[in-house]
Ligand binder design. Structure first.
Ligand SMILES: Nc1ncnc2c1ncn2[C@@H]1O[C@H](COP(=O)(O)OP(=O)(O)OP(=O)(O)O)[C@@H](O)[C@H]1O
Length: 939
């Protein structure tokens, strides 16, 4: 049996016709119905002469009385506020009925009670459940035209373990992700409900099975979250044109109550239960808060707890939801009640998108078609108004349809089997690393926190996996498609290829320059030699930095290696730049080497004229020459052309001139030619040559400058891409989780996120038995500065993984675990105990007698008596014990800091001790230099 949205492929769910019972709109976006119920003072509260701290302004508004010197809270306004005298009947009618009966119209519905322990959740949910049963069966009774089928299932989430309340023996149930149905509970029992009495009986069984325990606040405190699911399918009894039936589920959720350790006086098993309860409620609060702030498209951490995973569709999804927030009126609980009201305030902003679920049961459809065939066959046997051929074709058509349906059914079954086997594979794949390395981070965590090669292999896995989350679209200059590490590596490689091409072009340009200078025999020998040297150097450099032609994206090399490689190439790029500088200098020298005709001495002029007489090509070839030089600058020119044109312009080898172009004496020996040239206007020729040469050199100079710019641009783009890779890794489940929008969180949003993350971190420290000194240092160091963001995220991820790991150890069967599963947990607890003993010793060293007395008084530490531990140890044992009470946390941190000797702001610690040498993520717009990136990766 499956738990989740109705067990029907979404493709089969259609919008309802207008004639659905209930008659409401087909889909509706609406806010969650939020009401608040305040129970009467309990006998215990009355006995303690506790005061009523709340005032009911009207049916919708509640505010705190001004009983203490504290600022009063409120007024708070909700869909309804029920005062102390309100009956269950009224709470149901005004706070739940409308939502509950939606299930009869094919709309999923969820009703849950939220509130502090002993605030009346179970009391309220019982009332709602009973009234809902009455309403449902009354509706069934007055709707004879429809046939109703009810199914019942129930589970509890106890210490983050899902248990079937109809079959406890089945142990811990797994939650599976179904792309269409959302979260489903594997192998859960589902009972067909016969009637109202049977339904009450089943609910009774569940209540008896549920984990209940005694705490200081409640004799029968629910220690688990209970989720009852009633699935109702209804269809018209009379066969009509409409084959579809309405299918929806009603979830009745009785949450365990949030509790303060200091008030419930819990320890041992109760304390552990309380921690799990608080943690999952904290996730629920976070989910609600995020949904209420309109972050529907951003990351909502449903997966952080089993409760929110199961309730996902009820929170911002395809369901109508009503929440009854319960609270005690007592002054003692005013702080907790305020928390409840804040939760309720967030919840009333959450919008759901419920729709009518219509299904076509395949069985029914096949049955219908068979009946149709039978009818047609009967008609065929009897005299018919139509020709027998018409009937036959109709029959054929129907049979074909049946066959089609069967094929579709088989295909659906096949797909289901594939999905199941994939899930099974995935489950095994997840289990494997556990067995081999209990202490290593999970693959997913590794993926989030590092660039190890394993990630690449994960990405190649055929198993379904979570998609990389969206990047914050910060680098507008970088292609949008670069949204996965492999894409980015691909981009980087492409840029490198381009860079290589540019290098080659530069080389060709230089070669031409070289040729020209050599063949003209003009300019200084030094310049010619230096260009020749540059040419060979660049060639050499290209050979070294040769990039593999083939971009092999299956390469197992990790991104980290990739970035290290890029980093090492920096020197190559720098030297390319340097060499280009040199080329430019050489060109400048060359320019200098062309003395203007006017400045030439008569000797120079003669020599120049002599040289010009032996030009390898005549001046009529000037156009060609320009082509040679210009071609590399022109983007459209191909290197091939350049080489060819160079060859074309070479002097024919059989001419006498070509015999001795390499030295001046041989040039001078070619007297007939020079004599012949004498007829040319030498002065004019000289001018033209100078002009052409200067133009060539300008052209090369411009080209080199352009090359330099292009190399710089490429390098910049490459670094942007690297940054993107880094940011993506860092953001994968945190910053990018926060928002899809391309905007930075505003300081106000960051403060909210910070508070939220801090609460989660505190809770996780508690659950994972993290060292008190670490907690204190971290708490005092990270106080919400924007630059703390990355530290907070990393700490949260580390702890979330650790908690999950510990939970897995706790839930796994000993056979699977091999070594002592509890050793890790117990050694952490032992270390914590030793730390408390150490802190206790420091109490008398670091605090004056007066300070000690004040603390004992404030922290309710009774005086020492026989058999009681020392007061200082009692004090140490109280520190950091209530993760829900932020005041307690703050004071605990201050005391530990004093005992250990940290300054007010943890001055003995620095953020770097958390080994995160990052720049502030809020400076993300500023350029992250290469060295910083290298540091970041600890390359
Ligand atoms: N509206 C009410 N009127 C009278 N009694 C109430 C009301 N609400 C709760 N109570 C009583 O208060 C006590 C605590 O209620 P309940 O067990 O429902 O609290 P809870 O919130 O479910 O606690 P927990 O989270 O610990 O399970 C019970 O004895 C219950 O009968």
């Amino acid at each position: 049996m499956r738990f989740g949205t109705p067990a029907t492929p979404s493709s089969m769910i259609k919008k309802a016709p207008s004639s659905t019972p209930g008659g409401g709109p087909r889909t509706r976006e609406e806010k969650i119905l939020v009401t608040v119920r305040v129970r009467p003072l309990s006998p215990k509260e009355q006995a303690a002469y506790d005061l009523i701290a709340w005032e009911f302004i009207d049916e919708h508004t509640i505010t705190s009385k001004n009983l203490t010197h504290e600022r009063p809270s409120g007024p708070y306004t909700f869909d309804k506020v029920f005062d102390l005298s309100c009956s269950n009947q009224k709470v149901y009618e005004e706070g739940a009925r409308d939502v509950a009966i939606s299930v009869l119209s094919g709309i999923n519905a969820t009703i849950f009670a939220y509130g502090q322990t002993s605030s009346g959740k179970t009391f309220t949910m019982r009332g709602i459940t009973e009234n809902a049963i009455l309403d449902i069966y009354e509706h069934i009774a007055i709707t004879p035209e429809r046939e109703f089928a009810l199914k019942f299932s129930a589970l509890e989430i106890y210490n983050e373990t899902v248990v079937d309340l109809l079959n406890r023996d089945s142990g811990s149930l797994r939650l599976l992700d179904d792309p269409e149905k959302g979260t489903i509970v594997e192998k859960q029992t589902e009972e067909v409900v016969k009637d109202a009495q049977h339904l009450r009986h089943l609910i009774g069984i569940c209540e008896a099975q549920r984990q209940v325990g005694e705490t200081a606040l409640n004799d029968k405190s629910s220690r688990s979250h209970q989720i009852i699911k009633l699935t109702i399918e209804s269809s018209l009894r009379e066969p009509s044109g409409c084959l579809r039936s309405l299918l929806a589920s009603l979830y009745l959720v009785d949450l365990a109550g949030s509790e303060r350790v200091s008030q419930t006086n819990t320890n041992g098993a109760r304390l552990k239960e309380g921690s799990h309860i608080n943690r999952s409620l904290l996730t629920l609060t976070t989910v609600i808060r995020k949904l209420s702030s309109g972050m529907r498209s951003g990351h909502i951490p449903y997966r952080d707890s089993k409760l929110t995973r199961i309730l996902q569709s009820s929170l911002g999804g395809n369901a109508r939801t009503a929440i009854v927030c319960t609270m005690s009126p007592a002054l003692t609980h005013v702080e907790q009640s305020r928390n409840t009201l804040n939760f309720a305030t967030s919840a009333k902003e959450v919008r759901n998108n419920a729709q009518v679920n219509l299904v076509v049961p395949q069985k029914q459809l096949v049955k219908h078609l068979q009946e149709e065939v039978a009818r047609l066959q009967a008609e065929h046997r009897s005299p018919e108004p139509f020709g027998s051929s018409t009937l036959r074709s109709l029959l054929m058509e129907k049979e074909l349809k049946i066959q089609q349906m069967e094929i579709e059914m088989n295909e659906l079954k096949r797909q289901r089997d594939i999905a199941e086997s994939q899930l099974e594979l995935e489950r095994r794949a997840h289990k494997e690393p556990k067995g081999s390395n209990h202490h290593g981070p999970s693959r997913q965590v590794v993926k989030c926190l590092s660039f190890s090669g394993e990630n690449e292999s994960i990405s190649e896995s055929p198993l379904p996996r979570t998609k990389p989350r969206k990047m914050i679209g910060r680098q507008s200059g970088v292609r949008q498609s670069s949204n996965s590490p492999s894409m980015l590596v691909h981009e980087i490689r492409k840029l490198e290829m381009r860079q290589k091409q540019l290098g080659e072009e530069a080389n060709r340009a230089l070669e031409l320059l070289h040729k020209e200078v050599a063949s003209h025999r003009l300019g200084s020998q030094d310049a010619t030699a230096s260009i020749a040297k540059l040419l060979s150097e660049i060639k050499e450099m290209q050979a070294i930095s040769c990039i593999p032609e083939k971009i092999d994206m299956k390469d197992k090399g990790s991104l980290k290696e990739e970035i290290a490689r890029l980093d090492s190439q920096e020197s190559t790029i720098a030297s390319l730049e340097e060499k280009l500088e040199n080329v430019q200098r050489s060109i400048d020298n060359l320019v200098m080497c062309y003395p203007s005709g006017d400045e030439m001495t008569p000797d120079q002029r003669t020599s120049s004229l002599k040289k010009k007489k032996v030009l390898p090509f005549s001046l009529s070839n000037a156009t060609n020459m320009q082509n040679i030089i210009r071609s590399p600058c022109s983007p459209s020119s191909s290197s091939c052309k350049i080489v060819e044109s160079g060859a074309e312009n070479r002097a024919p080898e059989n001419t006498p001139r070509s015999a001795g172009t390499n030295n001046i004496s041989s040039m001078e020996a070619v007297t007939p030619v020079s004599k012949h040239s004498n007829s040319v206007d030498m002065r004019k020729m000289q001018k033209m040559f100078k002009k052409a040469a200067e133009e060539n050199i300008r052209s090369i100079k411009a080209y080199v400058t352009e090359l330099k710019e292009r190399v710089a641009k490429l390098q910049y783009q490459k670094q942007l891409l690297v940054c993107q890779v880094l940011q993506m890794e860092a953001n994968e489940s945190s910053a990018a989780d926060e928002t899809d929008a391309a905007t930075e969180p505003s300081p106000a949003t960051w403060q909210l996120v910070f508070e939220d993350q801090r609460k989660q971190i505190v809770m996780l420290w508690h659950l994972c038995h993290v060292s008190l000194v670490h907690r204190t240092q971290f708490y005092l160091l990270f106080k919400g500065d924007p630059s703390d963001q990355i530290y907070m995220e990393v700490e949260l991820r580390r702890l979330t993984w650790l908690e999950q790991h510990l939970a897995d150890l706790g839930n796994a069967s000993p056979a699977l675990l091999g070594d002592d599963p509890a050793s890790f947990v117990s050694s952490s607890i032992r270390a914590l105990k030793q730390e408390r003993e150490y802190l206790a010793k420091r109490v008398s060293i670091k605090l004056s007698a007066e300070e000690r007395e004040m603390l004992y008084l404030k922290w309710n530490v009774p005086s020492e008596g026989k058999g009681k531990p020392k007061r200082r140890l009692q004090l140490a044992n109280k520190l950091w014990t209530d993760p829900l009470d932020m005041q307690h946390i703050k004071e605990s941190a201050e005391i530990v800091a004093k005992l250990v000797g940290f300054g007010d702001s943890g001055e003995n610690a620095s953020k770097e001790m958390f080994e995160l040498n990052f720049v502030s993520p809020c400076d993300k717009k500023t350029w992250m230099g290469w060295n910083l990136i290298s540091n970041l990766l600890h390359l």
